[in-house]
Design a protein around this ligand. Structure first.
Ligand code: AMP
Length: 486
């Protein structure tokens, strides 16, 4: 079902969107150390907090902490407290305005009739508030603001005989985007929503299966990438190997998040069968074709604009220069939770390489423009350091709508491209010109073009406002904000 969200600002549901990295391993020695390495490779998917739950065949062990994986799990001491041959982990990306509390760090753990279970989830459920209201009315007590806790209650109150039966029953009740990894006493389970919005991949390490959000998590541990978990599929990894239940969660038109290709995934990952770096370079080439500029050099906004900048320079036949240098010890700008810090973060993060840009007409390439904050600062920095002209080129179409499926985007009124056209944005950010890549070109880069009249197998709602999964909570805005942080 396709729904277009209300055109005014989004309701205050930002507090429980979760975009994250997840990892799971079963049947391997040092499972928690492997999980920590996997999470480290997935650090770009969330830097606010991390957690690991392990199982030693008898007991579950958990450690969760604010901050980066290396800081919390880099020591042998912490890993030593997480024994066992099975472990799952989670990196949390907090959304703007919220401060992560310990109770909101995943994996979430609970004791149900079938024993202990831990769950780590990436995505956002569009009916979490509606479900939570019903569960609370039935007497359930919630301890966190996470969508994931709704899933735990649905499992606990389901009727199936095994944990797997109950998980399937629970997931049939939820709507939205979810890739999740669960740990039970009998194995590790991976599940992907029927639309396949968020990524989940299956790999093999020493003959044992591993699950992760992205393939870069396999590279770090020397695991072999096998395949993507299919939309609606459940994968059970246990003592008897890997069991797949295709379509167990239902079937729906595939709508993989196109923003994973543009920004979110790591460029060295293979996402839905395609190398992200190659896709981004191709978007840059098509951007140069769509929006050429009279310029001397191409400068990317690091790191997000680098692959598209290379593609642009290649197509335009212009030199590619690192005219901006990024300090790698500062996290992604948007990950900083408040506006003030975000503003400060931009200056902390980028510096101009003045010699490379002095007197030059620059094509400045970035992957996306959201509020226009980063771009304004960077254009100003380039100008004060001697750039003659700055022509901004964006390797995605205008971001005009918020994401309800797990990517952190502000409400519509804060999206600069929802308010202004290209010329007005250029004037606002101080650039000589600004152009976006066309949506058709984006599809061409990702998919090799749009088959005649056919719907593309991607969610591009942030550019079109066509939301492929019903926004149930959003249609009942009178619901109390039960999941809001207090
Ligand atoms: P701005 O100029 O303030 O609109 O910021 C644009 C920058 O934010 C680009 O460099 C993007 O790479 C980055 N960006 C886009 N979407 C996100 C997101 N969901 N989370 C974090 N950063 C993002």
């Amino acid at each position: 079902m396709i729904r277009t969200a209300r055109d005014d600002s989004r309701p205050a549901i930002d507090s429980f969107r979760e975009e994250c990295g997840i990892f799971g391993v079963f049947g391997t020695e040092n499972a928690s150390a492997i999980a920590a390495l996997g999470l480290h490779a997935l650090q770009h998917r969330g830097q606010e907090a991390a957690g690991i739950v392990s199982f030693d065949g008898n007991q579950f062990f958990a450690h969760r902490a604010q901050g980066r994986v290396g800081d919390s799990f880099g020591s042998g001491k912490v890993i030593g407290m997480l024994p066992g041959n099975a472990a799952i982990g989670h990196n949390r990306y907090s959304t703007s305005g919220t401060k992560t509390q310990l109770r909101d760090i995943q994996p979430i753990f609970a004791e149900i009739a079938q024993g202990g279970v831990a769950i780590a989830h990436n995505g956002n459920l569009t009916n979490a508030r509606t479900l939570k209201r019903d569960l609370v009315q039935r007497g359930c007590i919630f301890q966190s603001t996470m969508d994931t806790e709704v899933i735990v209650h649905l499992i606990a109150t389901a009727s199936g005989p095994t944990f797997l039966d109950r998980l399937i029953e629970a997931l049939h009740q939820v709507e939205g985007a979810y890739s999740l990894i669960a740990l039970s006493e009998t194995g590790v389970i991976g599940a992907r929503d029927p639309n396949g919005v968020r990524p989940l991949v299956l790999g093999e390490l020493h003959g044992q299966a591993v699950l992760a959000s992205e393939t870069c998590a396999f590279d770090i541990i020397g695991a072999k990438f096998k395949r993507s978990v299919a939309p609606g599929e459940i994968v059970h990894i246990g003592r008897d190997g890997v069991r797949s239940l295709p379509g167990a969660l239902g079937r729906a038109p595939r709508t993989f998040c196109i923003f994973e290709y543009i920004y979110f995934a790591r460029p060295d990952s293979v996402v839905e069968g395609k190398n992200v770096y190659a896709v981004r370079q191709q978007i840059g080439r098509l951007l140069a074709r769509d929006a050429p500029a009279d310029a001397d050099i191409v400068v990317p906004v690091p790191d997000s604009g680098v692959p598209a900048g290379l593609g642009y320079a290649d197509q335009a036949g212009l030199p590619f220069e690192l005219g901006i240098i990024r300090n790698h010890y500062v996290g992604r700008t948007f990950i900083e939770p408040t506006d003030e810090i975000r503003h400060l973060g931009v200056r902390l993060k980028h510096n101009v390489n003045a010699d490379a840009i002095d007197g030059k007409r620059i094509v400045l390439v970035d992957d996306s423009i959201v509020r226009g904050t980063t771009s304004t600062k960077i254009v100003e920095m380039l100008r004060t350091n001697g750039a003659r002209e700055v022509h901004m080129r964006i390797a995605s179409p205008p971001t005009t709508h918020p994401c309800y499926y797990g990517v952190d985007t502000p409400e519509r009124k804060e999206l600069i491209a929802a308010q202004m056209d290209e010329n007005a944005i250029a004037a606002k950010i101080g650039a000589d010109s600004l152009r976006f890549v066309r949506l058709e070109s984006l599809f061409e880069a990702v998919h090799g073009g749009q088959p005649n009249g056919k719907r593309m197998p991607y969610c591009a709602a942030c550019f079109t406002g066509d939301y492929p999964i019903e926004l149930i909570d959003d249609m009942h805005v009178e619901l109390p904000l039960l999941l809001e942080e207090t």
